[in-house]
Ligand binder design. Structure first.
Ligand SMILES: *Cc1c(COP(=O)(O)O)cnc(C)c1O
Length: 220
């Protein structure tokens, strides 16, 4: 646990108005608690099986973000409490989140995950799939999810020019989608991009949420 780094990152984000999601996957509840005591309230996990026991063990005012690939059959376990699902990559998944949110009398905030990397290992939709989702008749019927923006992961590379171009493309797509579908929806405001290795580039490209794990909690 590196509280020094935590404080430095929080200061670094301030002028950008960006929010830190502390990615605590694989780390014990003691580590999360240490960061909680330093003031952090938003945490990200990528697996449902890990998120649920941590939710149960930790203070209730933590805002939990699911940031990893989510299978539709697992949505029901997190629907009672999850604050945001950042990794929505299909209409089917969004519809299931809507169904489970309704069962819990909740509205769940979601980000649509967009594929921006030049790798074939990452999840997410391309622009065409994103527009197909937003144009679909089924999407128009969903009442218990709120699409708040887009999420993306850059290619794992040292080439900062490429990373910046990928983040810029996500920002460009965000602006287009905002104009076309959410012009009068102030909640559509989030661009989640940037991790430990590339968050500075993401901030320069307009990130509003950055997801940092290893810089805070140490290597996994
Ligand atoms: C693990 C993870 C992160 C954080 O990665 P670090 O390199 O440890 O900062 C961010 N986003 C997603 C989707 C992740 O799975």
């Amino acid at each position: 646990m590196d509280l020094q780094s935590y404080k430095a990152i929080v200061q670094e984000l301030k002028p950008f108005g960006a929010q830190l999601v502390a990615v605590s996957k694989t780390k014990p509840v003691e580590d999360i608690m240490a960061l909680y005591e330093a003031g952090q309230r938003v945490f990200g996990e990528n697996r449902v099986q890990e998120l649920v026991p941590k939710y149960e063990a930790l203070p209730r005012d933590i805002k939990w973000h699911l940031i990893g690939h989510l299978q539709t059959n697992k949505v029901k376990y997190i629907a009672p409490f999850v604050s945001m699902v950042q990794s929505v990559d299909s209409l089917k998944l969004l519809a299931e989140i809507d169904r489970c949110a309704a069962k819990n009398s909740r509205t769940i905030d979601c980000l649509l995950q967009v594929y921006i990397a030049n790798e074939d290992t990452k999840f997410g939709m391309d622009a065409e799939e994103l527009y197909a989702l937003l144009d679909s008749a089924e999407y128009a019927t969903l009442k218990n999810v709120r699409v708040c923006g887009l999420m993306g992961m850059a290619t794992n590379t040292d080439d900062e020019t490429q990373i910046a171009a990928e983040f810029a493309s996500l920002h460009g797509l965000f602006t287009e989608v905002k104009q076309r579908y959410f012009a009068h929806a102030p909640h559509f405001k989030e661009i989640s991009m940037g991790m430990s290795s590339d968050y500075k580039i993401a901030l320069a490209q307009g990130a509003t949420l950055i997801r940092i794990g290893s810089l805070l909690f140490g290597a996994r």
